[in-house]
Design a protein around this ligand. Structure first.
Ligand SMILES: Cc1cc2nc3c(=O)[nH]c(=O)nc-3n(C[C@H](O)[C@H](O)[C@H](O)COP(=O)(O)OP(=O)(O)OC[C@H]3O[C@@H](n4cnc5c(N)ncnc54)[C@H](O)[C@@H]3O)c2cc1C
Length: 391
């Protein structure tokens, strides 16, 4: 097998890259470890920045997103049992976020790639990357009971945090920047219409809670739990009790409960690797960086990386120039670090830390109170939340 760009991983990064390359007339093949069904049902992120939505729509894969996505103009911060709305639309000159589940984006991209004759190898085993420091890069994998090799000009490592591409780069090339947080998120998908039209981020003495949604019928809710918490210690009624306590508000607002369809625990971590490239191997999305979910940036950063990477490949194939490819890591990292800062800040402001002193707790509430009362502070949150400009 031979192609121009060999892509490892059919998550949002790999699929969107393949789609954007196709629009530029550049061939690619995606090698994915899981089945199509698995990746199309994997529940993960769901908040799309304005720029991500625009890119999906402009590149022709936004039809269902426009029809079914829920456009939100604001979010609510809740503390001391009172809600404070941040009108992001007004503060950013007309930008919004769209609630549309990551696995729906994946479905749209898979079907667009396959409809255009794109090749995705699902359920590939023993995937490994070779020769990316030479002129003959290749991806090797097992498929249909045989060892196969995909020869390519470049390899895009879009295989997520636990993939093979990043660890294949020789020791000493990469520097890792890492922060783990002393808590995780217990997330549930519940068959219940969301009790608020917009996301509610709640700071509470029992810990952080987030009320979110995936559709008008399906709620997505999270609570802060210990980093080593076992999901088996969380029967559904205990989760609803905790959500009721942490989201409680003055007045007649009520959290409606419903059957829990899925639940899981996600660790909170900040991680960046520098540089995001070595030879002819380019890392994109979670393969290069992860953020705590509080800022809703993971999927959006993956989209931003592959936008830059597709432009760099387009420049190379149209003119032979490697300037954009050479600058890929540097260009991406500027946005990555701003998203890291924002995600860390939201996380630090809204969660309870074991080490918090009464001073820290008063300071957190003062920060929220300042935010809720200052147009300048709200604007800063809003412009980061809807997504900073591309350049
Ligand atoms: C459990 C979980 C919950 C999350 N929840 C949220 C959330 O609520 N909000 C939010 O903003 N973000 C969330 N995120 C982050 C967000 O989903 C990611 O940032 C996003 O998926 C990044 O896309 P990606 O394509 O870079 O990586 P991924 O989506 O991880 O895709 C990588 C792909 O590579 C494949 N792969 C892995 N190893 C190999 C291999 N060796 N060979 C071939 N293929 C391989 C994987 O199967 C996968 O399909 C969550 C992440 C996780 C893990």
């Amino acid at each position: 097998m031979r192609t121009q760009i060999g892509i490892v991983g059919a998550g949002p990064a790999g699929l969107l890259l393949s789609h954007l390359l196709h629009l530029q007339g550049i061939e690619s093949v995606i090698i994915e470890a899981r089945s199509r069904k698995y990746i199309e049902e994997r529940i993960r992120a769901g908040v799309l920045e304005q720029g991500t939505v625009d890119m999906l729509v402009e590149s022709g894969v936004g039809e269902r997103l426009k029809r079914e996505g829920l456009v939100h103009h604001g979010i609510e911060l809740r503390f001391n049992r009172r809600g404070h709305r941040i009108n992001m639309y007004e503060l950013t000159g007309g930008k919004a976020i769209t609630i549309y589940a990551q696995h729906e984006v994946v479905k749209d991209l898979v079907s667009a790639r396959l409809a255009a004759g794109g090749q995705i190898v699902f359920e590939a085993g023993d995937v490994s990357v070779h020769g990316f420091d030479s002129s003959t890069p290749a991806i090797r994998f097992q498929s249909g009971g045989k060892t196969q090799e995909l020869a390519c000009d470049f390899i895009a490592g879009c295989d997520g945090f636990h993939g093979v591409c990043r660890p294949s780069i020789p020791v000493g090339v990469l520097t890792e920047f890492d922060r783990t947080y002393p808590f995780a998120w217990l997330g549930v998908l519940a068959q219940v219409p969301p009790s608020s039209n917009e996301l509610v981020y709640s700071y509470h003495e029992r810990g952080f809670a987030l009320l979110s949604m995936r559709t008008p019928e399906i709620g997505r809710l999270y609570i802060q739990v210990g980093p080593d918490e076992d999901i088996h210690n969380w029967p559904d009624d205990k989760i609803w009790r905790e959500l009721q306590a942490r989201l409680a508000a003055e007045g007649d607002w009520k959290l409606t409960e419903g059957p829990i369809l899925q639940k899981g625990i996600t660790p909170m971590r900040s991680f960046v690797v520098e540089p995001m490239q070595f030879g002819k191997l380019y890392l994109a999305g979670d393969a290069a960086h992860i953020v705590p979910a509080t800022g809703a940036k993971g999927l959006n950063l993956a989209a931003a990386d592959v936008r830059i990477l597709s432009q760099a490949f387009a420049e190379f194939y149209s003119s032979g120039k490697t300037q954009l490819l050479d600058q890929y890591s540097q260009t991406c990292l500027r946005r990555v670090w701003k998203a890291q800062r924002f995600s860390w800040w939201m996380t630090s402001m809204l969660h309870r830390f074991d080490t918090d002193s009464p001073f820290d707790q008063r300071r957190q509430v003062a920060e929220l109170d300042y935010l809720a009362g200052s147009r300048a502070a709200m604007t800063s949150l809003a412009e980061n939340y809807v997504g900073l400009p591309w350049d």
